[in-house]
Design a protein around this ligand. Structure first.
Ligand code: ATP
Length: 137
């Protein structure tokens, strides 16, 4: 489809980067379909990152993602999933290209400022996890 799901993670919210990141997103041509400030519970984060539950960094990841508010959003653009992954850049900011959100705002491979869905299927699951149908404009 033409939609993806993103989170501005607790590190970027704490540092006051919500506005800067949303500007980069809208300037790249994405339309905001849904938007809110919220906080993940432990159960939310464990469910959201269940695919990583056997990885050594799972505990750290869940602790990080629940430590403060996040911004959740659904974004629309042609080729949204792939184009948004390109806009956010590599998971590790040391490998992220110039002009990407992680190059500008991420601190480390763990505290990397933003999430972007990795497939259309996951974009739909993640969007519906956070937003009711009437909140998806
Ligand atoms: P996201 O799913 O958040 O968009 P991604 O797809 O770029 O990130 P994944 O490999 O799916 O990266 O990892 C999910 C998240 O887990 C990363 O964004 C990061 O916050 C955390 N993470 C990944 N690798 C590590 C690591 N080696 N140490 C600590 N945290 C990590």
């Amino acid at each position: 489809t033409n939609r993806t799901f993103t989170m501005i993670k607790p590190d970027a919210v704490e540092k006051g980067h919500i506005g800067g990141i949303l500007s980069m997103i809208t300037e790249a041509g994405f339309r905001i379909v849904s938007l809110k400030l919220t906080q993940l519970t432990l159960a939310d984060a464990q469910a959201f990152y269940a695919v990583h539950k056997e990885r050594p960094f799972f505990g750290e990841l869940v602790e990080f993602m629940t430590r403060g508010p996040i911004v959740a959003a659904i974004l629309e653009k042609e080729n949204a999933v792939e184009d948004f992954r390109a806009l956010i850049g590599a998971t590790n900011p040391a490998d992220a290209a110039e002009g990407t959100i992680r190059k500008k705002y991420a601190t480390s491979v763990g505290e990397n400022a933003v999430h972007g869905s990795d497939s259309d299927e996951n974009a739909a699951i993640e969007s519906n996890f956070h937003f009711a149908g009437r909140e998806q404009f």
